[in-house]
Design a protein around this ligand. Structure first.
Ligand code: NAD
Length: 333
């Protein structure tokens, strides 16, 4: 099948090429992201492959369908960037990679927590410059701290297990509670209870109409002073302006984010020689207790192998009219 791959980075190509003996598809790589202005590039391709910041809104989907595209293969798990209702209306099939490596994301959340807490990034630079002082490097023990986990699906479950291994108590909120986790010691409570009682709050639910801006001014006011907030899920879960205010008032003690609501114009690009016009990311970067990574939680060799293999298999299944086990369907509520 002819496939147009958008938002291609060097590593995407490297991993797809690693598995070229596994399929007969003809892959064309485009560096540009997909949106209504670049959609013409997809003309002549029955399938396209996209990532988290490609924008598949109603207009783009309509144009894709008019250009003969039939399949959208997401090389990610989240699908909040696709208007599923419109995709359904234009007869486009949407497939995704539901679980390429939940461990990768859970472990990155831990990396953010430990870096913010023990300030290893600062210690590294200090020692290299001959500064062996410990001044301002004080951390806290994770043992016996209360960690609030919002969303205990594949990633949230592994994250909870990791944190319990470090001696933390887990308070969790999910619309679907897990008996397995409950038996392991996770306590399911209301979202409010999480806000009131957690030392660290980590977000692992998808971005939906219900979860957009769950961390806003009202939620922040309920939290413990000095709370640590970790977001490796989707930027829109956090209302950035409110979080900036809470950092200024010292309500938030630490913020670790791998995702950012306005990330599509920034992340995955080298802008080191450009003028960055996004004032909020600049403000966030100015706080000493904020750690931002550029949507890299998924970025392990194991996850990249799985993403390439499952994406290629998804395309083969579509072409061969096999059962589509990774289809994302529009549910009319
Ligand atoms: P999952 O579907 O296994 O788990 C999501 C959980 O959230 C489910 O248990 C679901 O019941 C729960 N949930 C849904 N709506 C909720 C609500 N309103 N309130 C509370 N809980 C709710 O998904 P997953 O594989 O664990 O991934 C979680 C999220 O992580 C994805 O949606 C994606 O946005 C994000 N993600 C980020 C990266 C990255 O590189 N940073 C990589 C992969 C996934």
């Amino acid at each position: 099948m002819k496939v147009a791959i958008f938002s291609t980075q060097k590593y995407d190509r490297e991993y797809f090429e690693k598995f070229e003996d596994y399929h007969n598809h003809e892959l064309t790589y485009f560096k540009t992201s997909l949106n209504k202005d670049t959609v013409e590039l997809a003309r002549g391709y029955p399938a396209i492959c996209v990532f988290v910041n490609d924008k598949l809104d109603d207009k783009t989907l309509e144009l894709l369908s008019r250009n003969g595209v039939r399949l959208i293969a997401l090389r990610c798990a989240g699908h909040n960037n696709v208007d599923l209702k419109a995709a359904n209306q234009y007869g486009l099939t949407v497939l995704r990679v539901p679980a390429y490596s939940p461990e990768a994301i859970a472990e990155h959340a831990l990396a953010l927590i430990l870096t913010l807490n023990r300030k290893t990034h600062k210690a590294y630079n200090r020692v290299r410059e001959g500064n062996f002082s410990l001044e301002n490097l004080t951390g806290f023990n994770l043992n016996k701290k209360t960690v609030g986990v919002i969303g205990t699906g594949k990633i949230g479950a592994i994250f909870s297990e990791i944190m319990m291994g470090l001696g933390c108590q887990i308070l969790a909120y999910d619309i679907n509670e897990s008996d397995i986790l409950r038996n392991q010691g996770v306590k399911y409570v209301s979202m409010e209870n999480i806000f009131l009682n957690s030392d660290i709050i980590s977000l692992h639910c998808p971005l939906t109409e219900e979860t957009i801006h769950i961390i806003d001014r009202e939620a922040l006011l309920k939290m413990k002073d000095g709370v640590m907030i970790i977001n490796t899920s989707r930027g829109g879960l956090i209302k950035t302006e409110d979080v900036i205010d809470a950092l200024l008032s010292k309500k938030i003690g630490y913020l670790g984010i791998d995702v950012y609501e306005q990330e599509e114009n920034l992340f995955f690009k080298d802008l080191s020689e450009s003028i960055i016009e996004d004032d909020m990311i600049l403000r966030l970067n100015s706080f000493p207790n904020v750690l931002i990574t550029s949507h890299q939680a998924f970025f392990t060799k194991e996850a990249l192998d799985e993403i390439a293999l499952v994406t290629l298999q998804n395309i083969t299944d579509f072409e061969s009219r096999n059962t589509l086990k990774n289809e994302v369907r529009y549910i009319n509520k």
